[in-house]
Design a protein around this ligand. Structure first.
Ligand code: FAD
Ligand code: MLT
Ligand code: ZN
Length: 468
């Protein structure tokens, strides 16, 4: 009889200790279906106190813990290894909006709240929670904080880190750190909150958070612009930042091939142009003044961009439905690429001023070494963050191509490094990039990170094999 699991059942209730193989499956495979792990059990606590009780039991029994939110992570950070020794601790039951303070412009939430649930709760309170990403219907705020998720609003509002004022964390020793302060200024020692944000579950388990709310814009306008090159896209970014300032809240690059994949796998989603163009930019303005002011700004930007031959065509969404349709084109690229088959993803960032050279040089290097590959390049251009994804040449079996993943990664990440960029802009390292990152981080940086890990989690039970 497994005494450890019996103690877990006593702590949170037998129904929330899942050991049945079939019931465990959804928790053991990553979103990209690239890896399936094994676990002793899936634990589903209902409160921070229950998380603390479970972590204490895991610590006493030396059982490693894999915290899991929505399991939409893209770097194998939220699934267990294949040892069968670990437990997955799912925050899914902890989905209460604990408090909304519209005067302080804060919301206090359980870590297992789904991002869309939070966005809706903010809207109901007449506010905006601006974190937005394609997985928002299933990812959790705990996962967003643990990966310091980016998404499409970083340009204006920053990453998840910038959207958080306080955390509640269960430490690897099973203590509850209540740091749920809604203060914009609090200089009382080391910044523990920022230590846990982006730690990918390797330093503790986030059970609650105080997040920032923002005024709802009076008007949001979306436009899709068509152009010849990524140089044009960068010129449009400069023009948009000059003309729109802080009202520019989204700027997403998409190549023609990306949208060909979307049209192939989601035929109901069609481009609103009579002919294809090599590159597109989806941009969004959020205006606190009025609809008229927003439209004036946008029309002036588009007119200038057309006159200066920066773009060749553009459409402005005339309704919320049309805006949604344009965003759906963008948000379905990831899904369409997955439908097209296995591919090699890159989530890279380089200084915006170097993007042009990075794309030119790296495209050429890849084409030389891997003839016929199909580049699926899109992403958050305004943040210097590209999803520089590579699909196999037509006719080459995906598995055969994926076997060369390390060679492809080496070309791309060496190039990123030569431009002083990052090999993981927003998805984190997880297990996928744990080894690779050592090539690009200094010994000092690696030593400092290991020292922090050793100090907080000396038994190495928190999400082992991830990040470090
Ligand atoms: P999970 O996948 O469950 O976990 C992610 C990591 O956080 C794991 O290491 C896990 O151990 C840890 N973790 C989870 N919850 C906790 C907790 N409460 N305490 C401690 N550790 C925890 N990411 C972006 O940044 N930008 C994008 O634009 C974006 N778009 C996406 C689009 C699609 C279609 C998909 C499938 C994914 C996308 N992602 C994007 C990746 C993913 O959605 C994010 O990384 C997200 O933040 C993960 O949240 P989650 O709740 O699913 O976390
Ligand atoms: C996105 O921006 O759509 C995501 O980060 C997912 C991806 O990299 O495919
Ligand atoms: Zn992204």
């Amino acid at each position: 009889m497994n005494n450890f699991l019996d103690l877990c059942r006593a702590a949170i209730g037998a129904p929330y200790v899942i050991t049945n193989e079939a019931d465990m499956v959804p928790y053991l495979t990553d979103w990209r279906r690239r890896f399936t792990g094994r676990a002793q059990a899936i634990l589903r606590p209902g409160s921070a106190e229950e998380v603390a009780a479970l972590v204490k039991l895991c610590s006493e029994a030396r059982v490693p813990v894999v915290p899991q939110g929505g399991n939409t992570g893209l770097v194998l950070g939220s699934v267990p290894d294949d040892s069968g020794r670990e437990v997955v601790l799912s925050l899914g039951r902890m989905n209460r909006i604990r408090a909304v303070d519209v005067i302080n412009n804060t919301m206090t939430v359980d870590a297992g709240c789904i991002l869309a649930q939070i966005q809706n709760a903010a809207a109901e309170a007449g506010r905006l929670f601006p974190l937005s990403l394609g997985a928002e219907g299933s990812c959790t705020i705990g996962g967003n904080l643990s990966t310091n998720a980016g998404g499409t609003g970083v340009l204006r509002y920053g990453n998840t880190r910038e959207l958080c004022l306080g955390l509640e964390v269960v430490t690897p020793q099973g203590e509850i750190w209540n740091g749920l302060r809604g203060l914009r200024k609090d200089n009382t020692g080391y910044d523990l909150r920022d230590l846990f944000i982006g730690a990918e579950g390797t330093l503790g388990i986030i059970t609650g958070a105080v997040i920032k709310l923002f005024p709802q814009p009076k008007a949001q306008l979306t436009a899709l612009a068509a152009m010849q090159t990524t140089d044009n896209a960068l010129a449009l970014l400069t023009l948009a930042q000059q003309r729109c300032g802080a009202t520019l809240t989204g700027f997403e690059l998409m190549s023609q091939f990306c949208l060909e994949l979307v049209a192939k796998h989601y035929p109901q989603m069609q481009l609103p142009f009579p002919q294809p163009y090599p590159q597109y930019v989806l941009l969004e303005l959020s205006d606190s003044e009025s609809e008229e002011h927003a439209m004036e700004t946008l029309e002036s930007l588009i007119t200038s961009a057309l006159e200066e031959d920066v773009i060749q065509d553009a459409v402005v969404a005339g309704s919320i439905a049309q805006s949604r349709a344009l965003w759906d084109l963008r948000e379905h690229i990831t899904l369409a690429q997955a439908d097209e088959g296995k591919n090699i993803k890159h989530d890279v960032s380089v200084p915006i001023s170097r993007i042009r050279d990075f794309i030119r040089e790296t495209d050429a290097a890849l084409a030389e070494q891997f003839p016929g590959i199909r580049m699926v390049t899109f992403g958050h251009l305004g943040d210097g963050n590209l999803h520089y994804n590579v699909s196999p040449p037509v006719g080459v079996p995906a598995d055969e191509f994926i076997n060369r993943q390390h060679e492809v990664n080496q070309v791309v990440h060496d190039s990123v490094n030569s431009y002083n960029g990052s090999i993981s802009a927003e998805h984190g390292l997880g297990a996928l990039k744990r080894e690779e990152v050592k090539q690009y981080k200094s010994d000092v940086e690696m030593r400092l990170m290991r020292t922090i890990k050793q100090a907080l989690d000396p038994l190495q039970l928190m999400n082992p094999g991830k990040v470090l």
